[in-house]
Design a protein around this ligand. Structure first.
Ligand code: DQA
Length: 152
């Protein structure tokens, strides 16, 4: 049992990137927070093994698209922060649509609230094929998405 947590361009720079917008914690601390949540959930429900959190980041659109193909082929639920690709990548949307068609959950997450920012961030080409969207809660956006996937 596994959940893919996929992160798009520039999110590898979390911690030092625009800390006033994105906070000062890095992806490694996100990974451990999610792993702890998964362990706590497994203990709470008496499951022997926690869901494993497979967190990845890439600046490369093709790599991110391939990871979504992998999720379809292995029927693995996805938490996706598409970062700037959110706003313009039809290739990523078409990959996400395959999860949608296959009924595999995909939660779109954002650290910031893009609707409270520049106009170009108000459009998401991904949301229409996502199961749901959580934005504006910092790393808790991911934790809320994980909670949904663990309890659905
Ligand atoms: C982001 C919001 C995007 O607009 C931006 O390009 C990012 C991060 C977020 O998590 O708030 O890189 O997806």
């Amino acid at each position: 049992h596994r959940i893919l947590v996929l992160n798009g361009p520039n999110l590898g720079r979390l911690g030092s990137r625009e800390p006033d917008v994105y906070g000062s914690a890095d992806l490694e601390s996100l990974r451990s927070a999610l792993a702890e949540d998964a362990e706590r959930a497994a203990r709470g429900s008496g499951d022997s093994a926690p869901v494993s959190i497979d967190l990845r980041q890439t600046d490369d659109e093709a790599e991110l698209i391939h990871w979504l193909h992998e999720a379809v082929d292995t029927r693995t639920p996805v938490i996706l922060n598409p970062a700037a690709f959110t706003h313009y990548s039809y290739g990523l949307r078409d990959a996400a649509a395959q999860l949608h068609t296959a009924d595999i959950p995909l939660v779109e997450v954002h650290i910031s609230n893009p609707h409270a920012r520049e106009r170009f961030r108000h459009t998401s080409v991904i949301s229409g094929v996502a199961t749901g969207v959580i934005a504006g809660f910092g790393f808790d956006s991911y934790r809320l998405a994980l909670h949904y996937l663990l309890t659905r």
